[in-house]
Design a protein around this ligand. Structure first.
Ligand SMILES: [Zn+2]
Length: 478
């Protein structure tokens, strides 16, 4: 039996495990133990087998197998030989036609002639974007380490700051404007819409040199780093080492004002009869858009601007479009974006638990009052209830001090995902289940969800393009 040893250097592994010389010597030992005659030693020195770059020695190896010169490949680990599904498929094809054994130091022998062997091959080779994933992980770690050290890592200049040789410094002119915006928002009660209008009328541009939009302004104002608060992925990790532009007190005032307005905007849902009536805004005049009968005897409905009837559109297609956007926001956002307390409990779950405790205490005191039990008998229980209650209240307070919007979203998510767990094996199945659950929500719940996730405006024109949708939470979808 003629064998080839194949080794590959890859940057993602520690030198200890992956050094080519170590791979080679361990493969030689294995070949000797199995009585294989090694006629060829091949090595590729690429960075990663998943980048799609051609590996010359790998290609040569396949040629040798096809020519019948090699019947066994010895590798340190199958992931040296293949990482991409495409590579595995080629090897399997050749193995079927010419016969090929793979023996590995780390994962034993792989028999590519049987389906189960091929399944094992695909598993032990970590077919997928293994190395790619690792790279992002490393990058994340690097970012979070920097964040923990109080540094601000940014690839695009944030408004109000720039990076110099001395570090991140304040751009005074922009800082003054920012302070003014914060105060006008939380003290003057001006809307983001009004602030954006003012900024653009004054010809002010964003840090990337564009006119301001509501999304751009929201992203700027929502950045806790202006108060010197360092955060990583939305989680506060400490104090930054740069000069703040507003005080922590101003930041709290801003956050308070912002969450109050959010709650107000989503609490008009009591008598809702359609998904979007009153939620959509007119892109022309900014007025509310309501749903009404077309009045042409067709029994169909439309969404129309309530102020000047600047815009109108058939209701059903708009509903369908918005539903799809809301679902994609749910699919690609909240699990990562929404803060959870350590037990994953939500505000309403904690409230429920609290009222259960209250109920138990009432039962006990009632029994006590009627002389059914003695105080000595129930005192331990009452004390236990008190301790539990304090713990729950503390956790609920912690949640309340977080974002109000996040709480509402958490509750919606809890309703949406109540019942059997969603299987994550299959992306299409997840989508279908999500849609089913969304459709199962009451109309007010759906409206709440939609207005939290999306900013919807109706513009002039025809077709789906006039429905302007901005994602509030999952801004990456915008
Ligand atoms: Zn209008």
């Amino acid at each position: 039996m003629t064998a080839a040893i194949y080794t590959r250097q890859s940057l993602d592994k520690t030198g200890e495990a992956a050094g080519v010389s170590r791979q080679l010597s361990e493969c030689e030992d294995l070949a000797a133990r199995q009585g294989l005659t090694v006629t060829t030693k091949l090595s590729d020195n690429d960075i990663s087998a998943t980048t799609g770059r051609v590996r010359p020695s790998f290609e040569k190896l396949l040629t040798l197998v096809e020519a019948g010169k090699i019947s066994t490949v010895v590798v340190w680990h199958p992931d040296r030989l293949y990482r991409k599904l495409a590579d595995l498929v080629r090897i399997v094809d050749i193995a079927k036609a010419h016969g090929l054994n793979i023996v590995s130091v780390q994962a034993g022998e792989i028999d590519l002639s049987t389906p189960s062997g091929r399944m094992v091959a695909s598993m032990v080779g970590s077919v997928g974007s293994y190395e790619g994933e690792h790279r992002t992980e490393r990058q994340r770690t690097a970012y979070s380490t920097r964040a923990a050290a109080g540094e601000w890592h940014f690839s695009h200049r944030p408004y109000g700051y720039e990076r110099t040789a001395e570090g991140v410094v304040v751009v005074e002119e922009e800082a003054a404007l920012l302070r003014d915006l914060y105060v006008r928002y939380y003290e003057g009660g001006e809307s983001r819409h009004a602030l954006v209008k003012g900024l653009n009328e004054a010809g002010t541009l964003t840090a990337t040199g564009k006119p301001w939009s509501i999304t751009a302004l929201r992203e700027v104002l929502n950045n806790p780093r202006y108060a010197g608060i360092n955060s990583y992925k939305g989680v506060v990790v400490g104090t930054g080492n740069w000069a703040p532009i507003i005080t922590p007190e101003q930041w709290e005032l801003y956050k308070g004002a912002a969450s109050k307005r959010k709650v107000l905007s989503s609490s008009f849902t009591r008598s809702a009869t359609s998904l979007l009536s009153g939620i959509i805004r007119c892109d022309v005049c900014g007025g509310k858009v309501y749903r009404k009968a077309r009045g042409d005897g067709s029994n169909s409905h439309e969404y129309a601007c309530s102020v000047k009837v600047c815009v109108s559109a058939s209701a059903a297609p708009v509903d369908a479009l918005v539903r799809a956007e809301a679902l994609s926001a749910l699919l690609s956002g909240p699990s990562d974006l929404i803060p959870m307390d350590t037990n994953g409990a939500t505000f309403s779950a904690l409230s429920e638990a609290l009222s259960e405790l209250q109920q138990r205490r009432d039962d006990l005191t009632e029994a006590l009052g009627e002389g059914l039990v003695k105080l000595a008998q129930v005192r331990p229980q009452l004390e236990a209830i008190k301790t539990d209650e304090e713990g729950l209240l503390q956790r609920r307070n912690d949640l309340t001090s977080a974002n109000v919007i996040a709480e509402v979203l958490l509750d919606i998510k809890r309703n949406l995902f109540a019942g059997p767990t969603v299987s994550i094996d299959d992306a299409a199945a997840v989508k279908a289940q999500l849609a089913e659950r969304f459709d199962g929500l009451t109309l007010p719940r759906q409206r709440e969800l939609v207005s939290l996730l999306l900013d919807i405006r109706l513009a002039k024109g025809r077709g789906p393009k006039r429905v302007l949708i901005e994602h509030r939470v999952v801004t990456s979808l915008n």
